[in-house]
Design a protein around this ligand. Structure first.
Ligand code: GBH
Length: 480
């Protein structure tokens, strides 16, 4: 067996946390109940014609708004230490602004948190997982720097209302999805796009919003609430397509453009050098008098540096990379700025999502890269999972995915000294998979979307995962 293929039999450490995740728009439903305001996903899914596969919407989704107690009982069955879920901004602040706090929205999350704690499950709360009040999206969303203080206002309401019970906070889920897919490509936040410009405006505001919220927690809440605040970054492991030095360099560059773009500012205060240089250089050649990548002031560098108590990593897959053959300077885009091309070989093992190819040893490679680039930073995997298209209960392929990924993750801890304190399965439930609607299923539990009950049924993987949470080990013959 080659590198990364032999299963690691060693138990995870006693205090290692296992969890499962969802996000508000993907599971809650109740899109216009109890005073909730409209958000960007309500807006996008109600457009005619709809850009969503099969015209699916999250109007009802898994109906977790009404079925949260059942969800908690599933989590109990799984034996997880924590549940990662997100808050719907427009359920809490219907206008998007903090002029009106919707008490019924607050109540919903209070009840969920209370139910979790009654069952000894730790809440891990994502403040923003892609559902933005439409009022704010209409003003340009994260591209407009007024977003920064509006986000801090919302975060303050969250800390104030839930912070006595919630000790783990995640400010943003996947900046690169929000900014690149949202404003560079134009489908995740709204349908307008400004490639090569919108994503950098968004990145710049997101990083400052994250940092300001972290500092606000530090100043106003940390002493009394004693929690931790981090952020979840996603990206593929980027494997050099050959061992040539050009491909090695291409890999390093693309890793900097995906992970470094966010983690470097948060750890060191500013963008990685290769990102700064590439975007500046191409902006000049394209005739812009200022770089498309904005600059932080010295005060902002100070503001951003050191603003994460941990870094969450959402990991699913791997890409191969090589330098771009030729640079067409009139191409104004993030892809062109990277100077590389990446792809996933057809022959790699498939899932139910075209972007998700199964490549377990990428998990170890990525953790190793993060561990050695950002020494002393605590890491947690905030998402990892596998999709199919039929939601079968006999989901052996999902079990195999989890087992092989977790084996590589355990290897990274054991042999590469990576400081990882937790792991999160995506997802607790089959749910609304954004523009793919209900066609891609990631759940440990199947949800019957044809039944008004949204009946949940344990898949084989749920049973496997509950064994893992109890034994802290991925095989039958564990070693200490
Ligand atoms: C996560 O993102 C999300 O946090 C979660 O909400 C989602 O349900 C889960 O993945 C499963 O998809 O369509 O070719 O443009 C994972 C990172 C980044 C993977 C965007 C899919 C879109 C590729 N995602 N990417 S494409």
């Amino acid at each position: 067996k080659s590198y990364g293929e032999e299963l690691n039999t060693k138990k995870f450490p006693k205090d290692f946390m296992f969890g499962a995740a969802t996000a508000s728009y993907q599971v809650e439903g109740a899109w216009n109940e109890d005073g909730k305001g409209e958000n960007n996903w309500d807006h996008i899914t109600h457009l005619v014609p709809s850009p969503i596969l099969n015209n699916d919407t999250g109007d009802i989704a898994c109906d977790s708004y009404h079925k949260y107690k059942e969800d908690v009982s599933l989590l109990k069955e799984l034996g997880v230490d924590f549940y990662r879920f997100s808050l719907s901004w427009s359920r809490i602040l219907p206008s998007g602004f903090d002029n009106e706090v919707n008490q019924l929205g607050v109540e919903y999350y209070r009840n969920l948190i209370k139910e979790l704690r009654a069952h000894n499950i730790t809440p891990v709360v994502t403040i923003f997982h892609w559902d933005l009040p439409q009022t704010i999206q209409d003003l340009g969303g994260l591209q407009n720097d007024f977003f920064i203080d509006r986000y801090v206002d919302f975060a303050r309401v969250c800390f104030r209302e839930f912070g006595e019970e919630v000790k783990y906070w995640i400010t943003f889920n996947e900046p690169s999805s929000i900014c690149y897919l949202g404003y560079g490509r134009g489908w995740l936040m709204g349908l307008a796009s400004s490639p090569g410009i919108g994503e950098y405006l968004c990145d710049h505001n997101l990083l400052r919003a994250h940092a300001k919220a972290w500092r606000m927690y530090d100043d106003e809440f940390r002493k009394s609430q004693n929690g931790v605040v981090g952020i979840s970054i996603s990206g593929d492991w980027i494997e050099p397509s050959t061992d040539s030095s050009a491909d090695l360099e291409a890999s390093e560059t693309l890793l900097q453009f995906t992970f470094g773009l966010y983690i470097h500012p948060i750890v060191h205060g500013d963008y990685p050098e290769v990102v700064r240089t590439n975007v500046d250089k191409r902006s000049v050649l394209q005739g812009f008098s200022q770089s498309r990548l904005p600059r932080f002031t010295q005060e902002e560098v100070q503001l951003i540096r050191g603003t994460s108590d941990f870094i969450g990593i959402n990991m699913y897959t791997t890409s191969l990379v090589t330098p771009r053959g030729s640079d067409n300077i009139s191409d104004i885009s993030f892809e062109a700025d990277t100077g590389v091309t990446s792809w996933k070989p057809e022959e790699w093992e498939n899932s139910g999502s075209s972007w998700l190819k199964v490549y377990p040893k990428g998990a170890r490679q990525l953790l190793k890269w993060l561990g050695s680039n950002y020494k002393g930073v605590k890491l947690i995997i905030t998402e990892n999972g596998y999709s199919d298209n039929n939601g079968t209960l006999e989901d052996d392929k999902r079990i195999s995915y989890y087992q092989r990924y977790l084996s590589n993750i355990r290897d990274a801890m054991e042999f590469d000294g990576v400081d990882l304190f937790g792991y999160t399965a995506w997802s607790l439930l089959d749910n609304f998979e954004w523009i793919s609607g209900y066609s891609q299923k990631f759940g440990l539990y199947q949800v019957d979307f044809n039944s008004p009950n949204r009946t949940r049924t344990a898949k084989k993987s749920a049973k496997w995962y509950s064994k893992l949470t109890r034994t802290k080990c991925i095989v039958d013959d564990c070693t200490e």
